[in-house]
Design a protein around this ligand. Structure first.
Ligand code: ZN
Length: 144
């Protein structure tokens, strides 16, 4: 079975090893929105042996920490759904009280229209910083 996440990513890859990858979605409303994608086509966290579950979450938390440092969001949303694409991946979504959907899920009803919503743009410099921090934090987390 070849699903979208089994294919090479169409998104910018910020970091990858032989287990998972971190991609930057360049979402217009959520510019620092990242996704951590397992490379193997596995459906549920409990299909992974415990040490691989821990490895996945260490990676997710390292990405969360990097995003918090670089853009200082009001909240982080972590989500793992996979109903449409049953291939393990975690959404790491920085949220601001003036973003398009706050306080709803970013998949929910918009609360600010496009003109009112602040999309908290990610500058090129911030994007490079985010990539550097993601690499540093993940590699540090995986050593420990
Ligand atoms: Zn897949």
């Amino acid at each position: 079975m070849v699903c979208d996440l089994c294919k090479p990513s169409v998104h910018q890859t910020l970091w990858q090893d032989n287990f998972c990858r971190v991609v930057l979605l360049h979402d217009a409303n959520y510019p620092a929105y990242c996704r951590v994608e397992l490379l193997s086509h596995i459906k549920e966290m409990t299909d992974l042996p415990p040490e691989q579950r821990a490895r996945m979450m260490k990676t997710v938390f390292a990405v969360e920490a990097a995003i918090r440092e670089v853009i200082n969001p009001d909240k982080i949303n972590l989500a793992s759904l996979g109903n449409k694409t049953p291939h393990l991946h975690w959404h790491v979504i920085p949220r601001f009280i003036d973003d398009k959907h706050f306080p709803n899920s970013h998949w929910g009803a918009a609360t600010n229209n496009e003109l009112q919503a602040n999309n908290h743009e990610l500058s090129q410099a911030s994007q490079r910083l985010l990539q550097d921090k993601i690499k540093t934090y993940i590699e540090c987390a995986l050593q420990g």
